[in-house]
Design a protein around this ligand. Sequence first.
Ligand SMILES: [Zn+2]
Ligand SMILES: [Zn+2]
Ligand SMILES: [Zn+2]
Length: 201
Amino acid sequence: MVELKSNDQAKKLGAIATFLDIPVTVSTHKILNSSKGVIHSRDLRCCSEEEMVEELSGVTHTRRSKVRWGEDKIQTDTVILTFGSPKPPSRIRAGYLTLNVRPYVLLAMHCYKCQRYGHGKDRCKKPAAVCVGCGKGSHVECNCSADPHCVNCRGDHTASSKTCPKFLEEQAILRYKAENGCMFQQACMAVVVELHKMIST
Ligand SMILES: [Zn+2]
Ligand SMILES: [Zn+2]
Ligand SMILES: [Zn+2]
């Protein structure tokens, strides 16, 4: 895999059919070359998701956010856009409107079986479940009355606490990834370096 700095470089590389006399095919990486952003506008209320893809330049997919209203789901004025570029633009033009684009930051994935971050319960490879409250196994189904003990940072809060330093670190990595259009490992290194700087100053 090769990382390129510009579309120009990509075009030149795309024209290559052989490398050291070996036939090669050059294609773009669909996930790394896409990013997501969020817009909020009342003026796009009447536009369908398909119409927005046609109208908004550089956008490959749109999804209007919905909220539950009793039994139904109702549409909101918030739209999640997928761009065909590694980083979302900060603004986008929609007809006569210029809309601010916020990077789309995912919520850190928390496993409710082993209580660790980075995967969901259905993908958990740990053989035994752990209590979200006290961090011990065997009584996962009941309401735990023991003192809270976080399995991720050993702090005195539950493993699903939004104040847990491990949760905040995971969230900072996802934010960095969304804002800078890089892979999770790169974002992880950048955030660790930043945290290290903060601790040592
Ligand atoms: Zn797990
Ligand atoms: Zn417990
Ligand atoms: Zn914690």
